[in-house]
Design a binder for this molecule. Structure first.
Ligand SMILES: C[S@@+](CC[C@H](N)C(=O)[O-])C[C@H]1O[C@@H](n2cnc3c(N)ncnc32)[C@H](O)[C@@H]1O
Length: 234
């Protein structure tokens, strides 16, 4: 499936945002360094989402191949590797991938992480048992989120656990306000997605025949609002 122009444009902006504009802030947010009150709530919410997504994966992943799609600084990839998985951790941002490699602990047990710089939709990454995509689809619109999930599903045997930004009054307001600023000055907008509509359309898409949406969990902690969902083979 060829990527849409909107996907490619968005992907370029996400890459420059995470690789340059936000790289330092992101490094700090994902570390143990002290952060302000709002960022502390985001950090707490993200920790809760990470453990929710991990709870939807088998505790024993020995011999399994897992893709961490948009791995950032690699926290989730490390936890998955500790369960014994062979992890491919890919991100658009060379800066964040380098940081993830530097932060890689020595004690990941039988697991292994192969870090890559690139697009998580690249078929050359291979085939997987499970895919995790935490907060890496939140800047794509609903159509591109669905197309990304369809692309990932074609090379995944068991489940995809991912998050999106749910359409809530607060996020819709932030989206509207964000659009009032000049393009170059701001982060790529977070694209709110209607949770029930996404669930219904994922359940009925011909390209996702054989897959069904399963567990879901919304996490709201201060300014962190994210909706986790699992897609599994029937
Ligand atoms: C909000 S961060 C989350 C990072 C990580 N999953 C976490 O939860 O800490 C989103 C990440 O997704 C990456 N990303 C977005 N689109 C991507 C794509 N098409 N291919 C690879 N990485 C992508 C960005 O570069 C960024 O590092």
């Amino acid at each position: 499936m060829l990527p849409t122009i909107s996907y490619l444009q968005r992907r370029d902006r996400i890459e420059s945002y995470f690789d340059r504009t936000a790289a330092d802030a992101w490094a700090r947010l994902t570390s143990d360094a002290p952060v302000s009150g709002i960022r502390a709530t985001v950090r707490a919410g993200r920790a809760e989402m990470r453990s929710t997504l991990l709870s939807w994966l088998p505790t024993d992943l020995r011999g399994k191949r897992v893709l961490d799609a948009g791995c950032g600084t690699g926290a989730l990839a490390v936890e998955v590797a500790r369960r014994g998985a062979q992890v491919t951790a890919v991100d658009l941002s060379p800066t964040l991938v380098k940081l993830a490699q530097e932060r890689l602990p020595h004690d990941i047990g039988y697991g292994h992480i192969d870090f890559r710089i690139g697009d998580f939709l690249d078929p050359a990454l291979g085939e997987f048992d499970h895919v995790v995509a935490m907060d890496s689809l939140i800047h794509y619109d609903e159509t591109d989120v669905q197309r990304a999930l369809t692309g990932l599903a074609q090379r995944t045997s068991t489940s995809i656990v991912f998050t999106f930004a749910p359409r809530t009054p607060l996020l819709t307001l932030m989206h509207v306000i964000g659009r009032a600023f000049p393009r170059g000055d701001r982060a790529p907008a977070i694209e709110p997605v209607a949770a029930e509509r996404l669930r219904a359309s994922l359940g009925h898409q011909p390209d996702l025949a054989g897959w069904q949406p399963a567990r879901a969990q919304r996490i709201v902690r201060g300014f962190y609002i994210s909706h986790g969902m699992e897609l599994e083979r029937r």
